[in-house]
Design a protein around this ligand. Structure first.
Ligand code: CUA
Length: 338
């Protein structure tokens, strides 16, 4: 393979990656939609521009030297005259990089402190995010309810700024909380509490992913941030605070409550108090299951319970032996939990 062909293939794969990135749902880091992400994007762009300029200057000088001073037909084969030491050149290549590094350090420190020193107003929405292998739990500490996979937050506008303050904890190993369009990555470390904040400026669903290798299902440990108007957020929160819906069929509820499901899952107001798996109190208010991998409906729920490993291999939900009738009853009960 010739050098230029290799370079061409390299360029094509980069172009492919860039294309895939723009179509991929995870969100473009160069289109920030919250203050922390905007600050990080600005400093990244500055770094990229400076590094790009350095690359262009060095590459052009190198290309010039190769073309201008390369071997030509008729040149003598002996070594050209050698030059030893030049104070001016040495000072230049020491001082210029130091200045560049200093400028980048100052710009980065300014952004880091702006994000870390942000004053958290009293009316901020407080959420404790707990990372599990391999799903996200969201505890709304002030509003007093628990949900999973889909983090709802209110929109922040100039007229009505609204911060969401996140307290990050891990139930097991190290994870990373990352929603590219809203903020930089923050590690989620066992036995340590980290904090971050967001103020999303656009309505919509923003996708995030665990950013620290945490085992088999790391790549599929996704989450969604649902940004709503303050009114919609209040409505959603009120629905989450409500007790679980009264069972339409006592028999279906009994099938669920007498199954091993309740060892890991909770439904508020019942004796299902498990905390190992996602809270199911308002299960059907979510659009997805399995860390947002699978759309949530009666059919996927049934498949999921029948064989969790088939829908999302490696996850920690055990396959429970149930008869077809039991499974139908449990699915019928769960689908009433709006
Ligand atoms: Cu959790 Cu990677």
């Amino acid at each position: 393979m010739t050098q230029s062909y290799r370079l061409f293939v390299c360029f094509l794969s980069f172009a492919g990656l860039a294309g895939a990135q723009s179509k991929h749902a995870i969100g473009n880091i160069f289109k920030p939609l919250a203050t922390p992400a905007e600050l990080v994007a600005d400093v990244s762009l500055l770094t990229l521009v400076i590094c790009g300029a350095v690359f262009l200057i060095v590459a052009s000088l190198l290309a010039y030297a190769v073309i201008r001073f390369g071997y030509r037909e008729g040149d003598s084969r002996s070594e050209p005259p050698q030059v030893y030491g030049s104070n001016q050149v040495e000072i230049a290549w020491t001082v210029i990089p130091i200045l560049i590094v200093f400028a980048l350090t100052m710009a980065t420190a300014r952004v880091t402190s702006a994000i870390q020193d942000q004053r958290i107003p009293n009316d901020a929405v407080n959420v404790t995010v707990i990372a599990h292998q391999w799903w996200w739990e969201f505890r709304y500490t002030d509003l007093k309810f628990v949900t999973a996979e889909e983090l709802h937050v209110p929109l922040s506008t100039m007229a009505q700024p609204k911060l969401t303050f996140l307290t990050l904890k891990s139930a097991d190993v190290a994870h990373g909380f990352w929603v590219p369009q809203l903020a930089g990555k923050t590690d989620v470390i066992p036995n340590r509490t980290n904090h971050m904040w967001i103020d999303p400026k656009e309505l919509g669903i923003f996708l995030g992913n665990c950013s620290e290798y945490c085992g088999t299902q790391h790549a599929k440990m996704e989450l969604r941030v649902v940004v709503e108007t303050p009114e919609d957020f209040a409505r959603w929160a009120a629905a989450q605070q409500a007790k679980a819906a009264a069972p339409e069929s006592a028999e279906n509820q009994r099938a669920f409550l007498s199954s091993p499901c309740i060892a890991c899952h909770a439904v508020s107001g019942t004796r299902a108090l498990g905390r190992m798996g996602p809270d199911l109190t308002h299960l059907m208010s979510r659009q997805t299951i399995a860390a947002t991998e699978v759309p949530l409906n009666a059919a996927t729920l049934r498949d999921w319970i029948a064989d969790p490993q088939r829908l999302k291999p490696g996850n920690k939900m055990p396959t429970i032996k149930l008869s077809g009738a039991q499974r139908d009853q449990i699915v019928a009960y769960l689908t009433t939990l709006h």
